[in-house]
Design a protein around this ligand. Sequence first.
Ligand SMILES: C[S@@+](CC[C@H](N)C(=O)[O-])C[C@H]1O[C@@H](n2cnc3c(N)ncnc32)[C@H](O)[C@@H]1O
Length: 253
Amino acid sequence: MSRDVSACNSYNYGDAMYWDTRYVQEAESGSFDWYQRYSSLRPFIRKYISPNSRVLMVGCGNAVISEDMVKDSYEDIMNIDISSVAIELMRKKNEGIPQLKYMKMDVRDMSFFPDDSFDSVIDKGTLDSLMCGTDAPISASQMLGEVSRLLKPGGVYMLITYGDPTVRMLHINRPVYNWKIELYIIPRPGFERPDGSTASKSIFEPVPITEKGLLPPDYVYEDPDSHFVYVCKKIDEISDDGAFKEENEIIII
Ligand SMILES: C[S@@+](CC[C@H](N)C(=O)[O-])C[C@H]1O[C@@H](n2cnc3c(N)ncnc32)[C@H](O)[C@@H]1O
């Protein structure tokens, strides 16, 4: 569950062939969710993504998160992946679930969908995979440009990643996307504090970030292998002054 794409050098995570081969090998064993399961992400997903909204799951793989979301009353989830093997497996597995749709697609070119097609985009480990490929910065900017184009004004791109702000903000915090970003930091599954103490801060509160989108210099990780949830809200120029609504107020220090 907490397999880490940071092992870029050992595996070719940026290569579609790698994923096809892997999903063929894993076909027997069924599904696998990278980093975190829906139960851990649910508070963030329910906070920012309404069950009746149109959701795009990019790089769905064979994860069960979309199925879990449908069990939790989400109505419309389009799942895409560059691996035709993963898409065929998942389409077959979930053919009786009309809320789930599957298409083979490269996140760098989602021209099949018109602008403003989705209320939200969920990415668990897919930008991370692209960051392992050749021409990673170009791939990241193609993908994020497409995500921004597909989001309705006011929509949310939720990125779940192992990448801390020093390696992710330079890609996502670009004026061209017009996103306001909130950051949450959550421990990896199974993390236990060495001394059995309780958490010193709530993981459900956004972490303060500097104007450059970085953590405060004195920030201390409870779990050094934490995962990061970036909530990127596409500013709605008409009804939104760019800030999150009062309860989600952005924290800039
Ligand atoms: C680390 S896995 C994460 C899978 C799933 N989201 C999860 O949480 O378990 C990355 C996924 O991204 C897919 N992927 C990699 N490059 C892609 C691309 N250019 N377009 C679409 N999907 C891609 C891979 O096939 C793989 O399924």
